[in-house]
Design a protein around this ligand. Structure first.
Ligand SMILES: *Cc1c(COP(=O)(O)O)cnc(C)c1O
Length: 360
């Protein structure tokens, strides 16, 4: 067996101990005589898997009792629609702070169900910074304020929750979910697709404050009405059972590693290693303003874009995969989610140094 260092932006790397547990459980989950893929979601085995995953998530993130945790499908992209459908209620508009392509998409989709005001955007800066909070034009009558705490493509991340007063803060944490401690009570709703930091694709997590549910538009599909999902314990219909189970194993792994404080410090060290090297020389460059740099996705360009293909080829040969940047920004992108060990970042920096020395 040979495992490479996988820098893919998503689906991304999973912790090896999790994959090994999946392998050990695959044919016979704890004496059930079958795989988790083959179990009834209403049977006691899967019910225990589901409940334990939720309990571990709640413990890891210290989710307050007045929040529901929903295990849904459709990815973050489907939530771009479900959020306005569920949260607009009697209001007609929501505020969107757009700091990259994902936030732009979220606002565009919300515009189908109400008015999505762009309260602030860093589009003019090519999404290389978070607009200063003082410049945001928030509407006190908005149903919610939507942010993308980590913009996966541009590598821009909020370092703290913006104050939005009494208007609920809604956050797309697809690419930095559980990458550090967050104060859930500062949010009205947190959501994200699982496939970057949590588990396999197919599962979407939603953590929502209880008072925000129960206001869905009548046209909201029943299985995507948060209140119905909460009351049905995320099992109105067949949930993404296997992804839910693997996510549960990831939560166990996070607990074994020491929880989100330890993980957050490790992620900060990993990111610093890469940014410090990038800032120490002229061949590679990251355009994001230093205070707003992502600890999960690190885009960088080479001084000569004609060397991109050679850089990627050499990286693959060295066991470093998934480094091609998003087509919207070009260059490279190293996604260093929770499952990427520091050794992977060290190997990447060594490769970058050697490439710059021989080709720069
Ligand atoms: C990947 C990503 C999405 C899209 O997620 P899907 O689960 O594929 O719909 C949305 N927002 C952010 C921040 C992402 O990184």
């Amino acid at each position: 067996m040979s495992r490479i260092f996988n820098f893919s932006a998503g689906p991304g790397a999973l912790p090896l101990p999790v994959l090994e547990q999946v392998q050990a459980d695959l044919l016979d989950w704890r004496g059930a005589g079958m795989s988790v893929m083959e179990m009834s979601h209403r049977g006691k085995e899967f019910m225990s898997i589901a409940a334990e995953a939720e309990a571990d998530l709640r413990e890891l993130m210290a989710v307050p009792a007045n929040y529901k945790v929903l295990f849904m499908q459709g990815g973050a992209t489907a939530q771009f629609a479900f959020i306005p459908m569920n949260l607009l209620g009697d209001k007609t508009s929501a505020d969107y702070v757009v700091t990259g392509d994902w936030g732009k998409k979220a606002a565009k989709e919300a515009g189908k169900y109400g008015t999505a005001n762009i309260a602030a955007t860093s589009a003019a800066e090519k999404f290389t910074c978070i607009p200063d909070r003082a410049s945001w034009k928030l509407d006190p009558n908005a149903a919610y304020v939507h942010i993308t705490p980590n913009e996966t493509i541009h590598g821009v991340e909020f370092t703290e929750e913006p104050d939005t007063g009494t208007v609920p803060l809604v956050a797309d944490m697809s690419s930095n979910f559980m990458s550090r401690p967050v104060d859930v009570s500062k949010y009205g709703l947190i959501y994200g697709g699982a496939q970057k930091n949590i588990g396999p694709a197919g599962l979407t997590l939603v953590i929502v404050r209880e008072d925000l549910i129960g206001h869905a538009k009548p046209t909201t599909p029943g299985v995507f009405d948060y209140k119905a999902v909460a009351e049905g314990e995320s099992m109105l219909n067949t949930p993404p059972c296997f992804s839910w189970y693997v996510a549960g194993l990831v939560f166990k792994w996070l607990k074994t590693e020491g929880g989100l404080t330890v993980i957050g410090e490790r992620n900060a060290r990993k990111a610093a290693l890469l940014y410090d090297y990038i800032d120490s020389q002229d061949f590679y460059r990251n355009p994001v303003s230093k205070a707003d740099r992502s600890r999960m996705n690190v885009p960088f360009t080479l001084a000569n874009a004609e060397l991109d293909a050679d850089f990627l080829k050499g990286a693959n040969a060295a066991g470093l995969s998934g480094l091609k940047g998003h087509r919207a920004v070009g260059g490279m992108r190293a996604s260093i989610y929770n499952a990427m060990p520091i050794e992977g970042v060290q190997a990447l920096v060594s490769y970058m140094k050697e490439f710059a020395r021989t080709r720069g």
